[in-house]
Ligand binder design. Structure first.
Ligand code: NAD
Length: 442
């Protein structure tokens, strides 16, 4: 089937590559000339495990094309997927200018019936706005179209797997024929028919926000609990195990840490709050989820500052992890950004290492005297006053022994509870972690 995707970012690119992989004929359109030029050469502008291989393979097979030409894009696919960004507006609500610009482009250029699918995360009612824009653009042409909502649930770092083996595919709309076409499009990815969930368009739009708000709530819950555990002399890791085995709770998204980041949870929780307030519902729980997360991103700094008696001037810290989570180079809303600003403000220097996000950090922070990008985790340790862990990349677990060799004094501030306190204690390391009452200090 023929598919066009607008936006070659994390969602659009993964969607395009995966649809091509299952045999569809895909055109990805983006307004960013550099991105498209890179993609035409088979180079991914983002880091995502498995993406490069599928990109090269499907480009070579001729099932995947990249363009900046709107006319070509609008006249390629029966399906016209909108996967552009919906960043927060000044008041926190979703900025729909890119989504509506794409709808306008499609309306201006399409020459036959199209199914326009909103894949971007958009507030309830956006599909109505997309429909209005299309109606305006098509008022002189006698062309029909269908508008559907198809929110995306992939996780960065696992995006290919999530797309190729989805838990579910949600499609919203009232055009039964268009929904059936979508079922056929997704057929190669579905193991069971019930994974395809069709519903009305407003519920579909809200489902995406509901999913992200639920996950963010779980994270803020365990983070708040970790602070309680720490003060009460309990160990949050034991508590976590104790509740994770309850099937009603489950093991996912209840790991304590230094706050959630990324392009989705912060912006989507905020946008859902705004939507609620617009219809006179006071979202008390969502407000608390955000406040807890805001504070949690600052907990690690307080531990560091307290340890060094509120004087970090001239101190050098090794920082492991820059990305907002492992297996991605995305640093949008990453806890590392908050911590770096706090450390710099306090007069400290940072030697940072991240397996893939250094380039992105360089783009964000540029060259500064108080930030050095290191080629390896071990290099970052050399002559530092302490190690801070912000992102739980697996490879960090392998370097525990080197920590004692390279730091001036073996001190770890572990924002992700990567290590077993007993193991660390055996190496005479001073160890601060999240929600574990004992500071395993000597
Ligand atoms: P992104 O910023 O990585 O990519 C957006 C792309 O759209 C950019 O390459 C930009 O150049 C392009 N663009 C902007 N205007 C355009 C236009 N008029 N025509 C064509 N291209 C245009 O964004 P993303 O992370 O892929 O997110 C896209 C949407 O998907 C957002 O609504 C987001 O909330 C949602 N989403 C994201 C994720 C995620 O993990 N990143 C997961 C699920 C849903």
């Amino acid at each position: 089937m023929k598919v066009t995707i607008y936006g070659a970012g994390y969602v659009g690119l993964v969607t395009g590559v995966c649809f091509a992989e299952v045999g569809h004929d895909v055109v990805c359109m983006d307004v960013d000339n550099n991105k498209i030029a890179k993609l035409q050469q088979g180079q991914s502008p983002i880091y995502e495990p498995g993406l490069n291989e599928l990109l090269e393979k499907n480009l070579a097979a001729g099932r995947l094309h990249f363009t900046t030409n709107v006319n070509e894009a609008a006249n390629h696919g029966l399906f016209q997927f909108i996967a552009v960004g919906t960043p927060p507006d000044e008041d926190g609500s979703a900025d729909l200018q890119y989504v509506l610009a794409v709808a306008k482009n499609i309306g201006q250029h399409m020459q036959e019936y199209k199914i326009i699918v909103t894949k971007s995360t958009v507030p309830v009612g956006t599909s109505d706005k997309v429909t209005q824009v299309l109606q305006q653009e098509l008022s002189d042409k006698k062309l029909s179209f269908a508008v559907l909502s198809n929110p995306e649930f992939l996780k960065e770092g696992m995006a290919i797997k999530d797309f190729m083996q989805p838990d579910r595919v949600v499609v919203g709309g009232d055009n039964a024929d268009a929904i059936e076409q979508m079922r056929l499009l997704y057929q190669p990815l579905l193991k069971k028919p019930e994974q395809f969930i069709a519903m009305d368009i407003r519920s579909s739009e809200l489902t995406k926000y509901a999913a992200n708000a639920m996950l963010a709530t779980k994270i803020s819950f365990i983070n708040e609990l970790s602070q309680i555990a720490e003060k009460l002399g309990a160990d949050i890791e034991n508590v976590r195990q104790g509740i994770a085995t309850d099937r009603r709770i489950g093991p996912y998204f209840i790991r304590p840490g230094c706050g959630y980041g990324g392009s989705c949870f912060p912006k989507d929780v905020n946008a859902l709050r705004k939507s609620a307030m617009q219809v006179d519902v006071e979202p008390k729980l969502l407000a608390a989820v955000e406040t807890v997360n805001h504070d949690q991103k600052r907990v690690l700094f307080h531990k560091i500052n307290d340890h060094f008696n509120q004087d970090l001037t001239g101190k050098t810290f090794a920082l492991w992890g820059l990305a907002f989570k492992p297996n991605t180079d995305d640093m949008r809303e990453a806890p590392s950004r908050v911590l770096l600003e706090q450390l710099w403000q306090a007069g400290a220097k940072v030697q940072a290492y991240d397996p893939v996000a250094a380039e992105e950090a360089q783009r964000i922070f540029g060259d500064r005297n108080d930030l050095q990008y290191c080629p390896s985790a071990v290099d970052a340790l050399k002559n530092a006053d302490a190690l801070i862990i912000v992102t739980e990349w697996d490879e960090f677990k392998e370097h525990l022994q080197q920590i004692t060799q390279h730091l001036r004094k073996p001190i770890i501030f572990d924002g992700r509870n990567m290590f077993d306190p007993a193991e660390v204690q055996a190496l005479n390391i001073i160890y601060y972690s999240m929600g574990r009452s004992l500071t395993y200090a000597n």
